[in-house]
Design a binder for this molecule. Sequence first.
Ligand code: GAL
Length: 828
Amino acid sequence: MISKYLKSIQLFAVTSLLMLASCGDKKTDFSNREISFNENWQFYLSNDGNDTIAANTQWKNINVPHDWSIELPFDENSPAGIGGGALNGGLGWYKKIFKTAEKDSTKVISIVFDGVYMNSDVWVNGHHLGNHPNGYIGFEYNLTPYLNYGEKENEILVKVNNAKQPNSRWYSGSGIYRNVWLKTTDKASVTQWGTYITTPTVSDNEAIINIETTIKNEYPEAKEFTVITTIFKENNRIASISKKINIAAKGKETIIGEAYITSPVLWSIKKPEMYTAVTQVSLNNTIVDEYKTPFGIRTFAFDLEKGFLLNGKQVKIKGVCLHHDLGPLGSAINTRAIERQLEIMKEMGVNGIRTSHNPPAPELLDLCDKMGFIVMDEAYDMWAQSKTPYDYSNYWDKWHVKDLEDQILRDRNHPSVFMWSIGNEIPEQWNEKGAEIARELSAIVKRMDATRPVTAAMNPPIIVNSNEVSIQFQNTADTPNALAASGALDIIGYNYAHQTYEKHPVNFPKVPFIATETTSALATRGYYDTKSDTVKMWPKRWDIPFYEGNPGNTVSAYDQVQAPWGSTHEATWKIIKKHDYLSGMYIWTGFDYIGEPTPYQWPSISSYFGIVDLAGFPKDVYYMYQSEWTDKTVLHILPHWNWKEGQTIDVWAYYNNADEVELYLNGKSLGKRSKQNDDLHVMWRVPFQAGTIKAVSRKDGKTVLEKEVKTADKPAALQLTADRKDIKADGNDLSFITVDITDNKGTFAATANNEIHFSIEGNGKIVGVCSGDPVSHESYKGSSHTALNGKCLVIVQAGKQAGTIKLTASADGLQKAIIEIKTSSEKE
Ligand code: GAL
């Protein structure tokens, strides 16, 4: 596809471009160029996998984004396996009936799917439009030749065949799980993802903005168009370029121009400043298309000595890997739910996101642009060789070039994207085939976007000498990593192997470093093994013998349990922080996700790797990062204080901006502690006594912060706290409401596991419930849920009418709680 673009590129002189968009072309409203096509679909899940639709099919009314798997019961025998969250896939049908106005009969109308998992076929009015196997990249079909106009209806039919399982190592979700758009344009328009904006030269005084625009002409004759691109900062017009272009009938042309911006405002993590380029295509003095491209201006480099430099300043990448599910919402995307995840990460000090192991929802990148994250945008979890029987490797030969090209085209204008990863732990990494494919993929990326480096997440890029490192990697053969040696990578990406990082300058003297994936430590939120001395490895995975863990598959939340291929949270960060040349890391993972539990055994169905649990509640180690990664003053103590008399409990504190912490038990000092050497926490071994433990952090003898944890009496009441009490009445917006169980004095009951029932009144509905417990098999879509260690989450979605939603939480024997959420139509 791009080769066609390149052939038709017309370069034109920069000087002739610099003119203000002054032509008096008639203004049209283009707000309907792409409208949401999410509402009023019908859905049918074919239980027998039969791929024909019976006449008596019972269709269910739904809106998309929609994930049918999240509504199914957890099934120990699910073909998806516990890797896939023990939730079945299946074969689903979607149907949408719609009318097209007569006045649009001269237009080009297409349907855009941001992502359908997986293997979709689409028909309009009985005409097959295409098949699309990849579940993570969007696609567009032109409907125009097959549409009825006026009163006669149209039917879109979508078959989603996610029946062959397993096809993923994690929970994928099933169905039209991302947004759908109806696009209506003139016969001449900017093509899908048809602009490419780069900033080849940036200084304090000036930035050169290079703008490539591809325009198609579907008129039956050649036409001359005027293309004006105007750059805006907020509502201020900053610069404009213009060009006349002749495009053949049914043809397409790419034009390139340069604009100059004086005193550019740079995009950074702290101030993610954005610009917008508005491209207008005019025909006979009428603007026929308008296309907006948000972009940012920044410079960056991965340096062999200084690590990552953003706008000339050193920035350590403090990143997390994220899978795409949104906990109890499944994989059905919701912008507010993604934003909340990113807010929780920001608050912890995270500045980087890795979209493991696939192209993300477009909304995630929009949010990363706006919120300031350093994104590693990843393409594949496997290439031609499979990891699960029915995965993308089955489609590799036919699709990998197009899917990668589409990802780059789609994402290359996002200032938050800094690296392309062509793959994660690719099985071919140990043979020459891997090197060959790596070179092919890297060349594709470079052809589409030469402004960002290419990496791959390798495990590990260099052989770990087993005498030095007593851990087992998947590859024990004495072979070098073919990807690392291929010359295809601009940055060497390490998955784990933190023991080798300090040798990077020796092992790879010419290629910069990134830890694409680290840590894989494990924890159940709020659960603690009292003897916390030794690091525990919990290695139940595909190929490693099982270690008997705790009953109920709980995992201690002291930062001392790790997968054998990873490390504790502290261990990897201690190394990364030490050396400038170690540009940074992406921790596995920011949030727990559905599927891939470790312990990899029923009844566990969701992961333990998250720094934050599936409901969005931080585990304790969140505060270790916050103390290291933010300017915020932190003091956090763990564990809870509900133990049996006589037990010996390790009390840990994470703190910063202080010289020492003193711990008190019921008013009596247990001593002061300060972090020694490179320690990241302090610890006291305390014989338990009910009452209060209190930590006081001090600097130069003055109190900085105080934190208390009290023994709770038996559970007596519920408390509700909403992340937002005023949400938009748009049928989409969400309020995330935390339920805390307390005793009769309001003390948090940290070990309470009551079942909580929810009821709702007003114009809203409950769309998710979750405790963050990886062994819970209660539905995330129910209206009751059992709390985990004192907490539970309920997610409420606004309807379309402004008003008040009243949510009541109750539990047997506990005082109920009520919260009111306002829904407003005028709110932005
Ligand atoms: C890595 C892999 C991730 C996840 C993780 C769990 O090897 O890249 O997808 O499986 O292990 O520790």
